[in-house]
Design a protein around this ligand. Structure first.
Ligand code: SR1
Ligand code: MG
Length: 393
């Protein structure tokens, strides 16, 4: 029993009618199609149309959709609406438009991007969407500059930090990414064939030290209103005309820029591990090259924005970029490792044939360990492919 009414295919038309912004968008009494497409861990999602235009309704459940015994704040829907508005302002065209937010029913209405597809699925199929990785680097740069003290100045940054605290969702990340994989926990799903690999990885004191540092950075470096969960399943892509949209910003919070870049890199590692397990070296190599592509686009865009900062006495560009890079390397490792040890696996690995999975997991943990041990050292990303392939570099 929830304290607010959950949407269903049957009730969506009346709901749209009851929301002035949506009625104006689609026209009165005009809903002709409703399709439920909920497939993430947390929310109900409906694609609504009137024959010529559409929108998407996303409603937060007060629990994890795939585990109703696990309560999660429905207020995340409001955090998402707030972050989406801000991201639309600083990075237009790289996120879905937002049409409406309903704090009583915990619903946001956003642009219908049904002509896009989720990037993770495309990567799993060995498809190359050129330019997406660079678009995402620009997205992180624009959000990272525009919502930070650099873009906002001191007072507005402090006000934005205060207005955007998202403690419950941050706690999920603190637990699932930085804690649970490193302790004995009921959420962990370790295959017998990988027990030794996981024990070696989590038992390495260098790994534990680097993860502890990354967790502290996550919890205390309120740099920018980052996406907070920027994996390849949070990205929609379209080829013609090319379009890239980062969506699903319910984990948005004031955190380190490197968190979003590292999330992308960690998921490139998972996609490459899949490709290598399937014997597609060319795709693995292309996917691993995306990390550099994202970084270069980020660096170029951030550098372009830098002269426009509110206070030229705050920060130095090169040391700041070095800090972001180092943060991102550790997050890449944490994000890749959590998906093969802890709660919420990814299809890249979980849909591999059983006999290929253990090797892929071993490769991912080897790559994560390399990244954590070497930190932001020179050429570390270039060595990931070798480790994934089982070469002891
Ligand atoms: C209980 S939520 C599990 C995971 O799903 C989301 O995509 C986040 O990555 C979160 O950690
Ligand atoms: Mg999500």
């Amino acid at each position: 029993m929830t304290a607010y009414e959950l949407l269903s295919v049957e009730t969506v038309p009346a709901y749209v009618e009851s929301r002035p912004a949506l009625r104006d968008l689609l026209g009165p009494g005009a809903v002709t199609s409703v399709r439920e497409v909920s497939d993430g861990n947390l929310n109900l999602v409906f694609v609504v149309g009137n024959g010529s235009r559409g929108l998407v309704l996303k409603q937060a459940l007060p629990y994890v959709r795939v585990d109703p015994t696990w309560p999660v704040t429905a207020e995340r829907n409001g955090y998402e609406a707030g972050a989406l508005r801000v991201h639309n302002a600083v990075a237009p065209g790289l996120v879905p438009e937002i049409y409406d937010a309903d704090p009583a029913r915990h619903v946001v209405a956003i642009e219908d991007l049904s002509d896009h597809r989720v990037w993770r699925g495309a990567l799993n199929e060995g498809l190359r969407h050129e330019g997406v990785a660079a678009d995402l680097g620009r997205y992180v740069a624009r959000v990272g500059f525009g919502t930070s003290v650099f873009g906002l100045g001191a007072r507005a940054h402090k006000a934005a930090v205060a207005a955007s605290v998202n403690p419950e969702m941050c706690e999920i990340t603190e637990d699932l990414v930085f804690t649970e994989p490193y302790v004995t926990h009921e959420h962990n799903r370790i295959r017998p064939a990988n027990e030794r690999d996981v024990a070696d990885y989590v038992g390495d004191p260098r790994v534990r030290a680097a993860i502890g540092t990354a967790k502290l950075t996550f919890m205390t470096h309120a740099e920018a209103l980052v996406h907070g969960d920027l994996h390849t399943g949070s990205v929609l892509v379209r080829d013609e005309p090319r379009s890239t949209r980062a969506f699903d910003v319910e984990f948005a919070f004031y955190g380190p820029l490197g968190f979003d870049l590292g999330a992308l890199w960690g998921n490139y590692v998972l996609a490459a591990a899949r490709a290598l397990a399937l014997g597609d070296e060319a795709h693995a190599s292309w996917v691993l090259g995306l990390a550099q592509e994202t970084w270069e686009a980020f660096e170029e865009e951030f550098t372009r924005l830098w002269p426009g900062r509110a206070d030229p006495r705050v920060g130095e560009l090169e040391p700041y970029l070095t800090k972001v890079y180092g943060d991102a390397i550790a997050v890449a490792a944490a994000k890749a490792a959590r998906r093969v040890i802890g709660y919420a696996g990814v299809s890249d690995i979980d849909t591999l044939p059983e006999d290929l999975r253990a090797g892929a997991v071993r490769g991912v943990l080897g790559a994560a360990r390399l990244l954590l041990v070497e930190g932001g050292g020179p050429g570390v990303l270039d060595r990931v492919g070798g480790v994934l392939a089982g070469k002891n570099l």
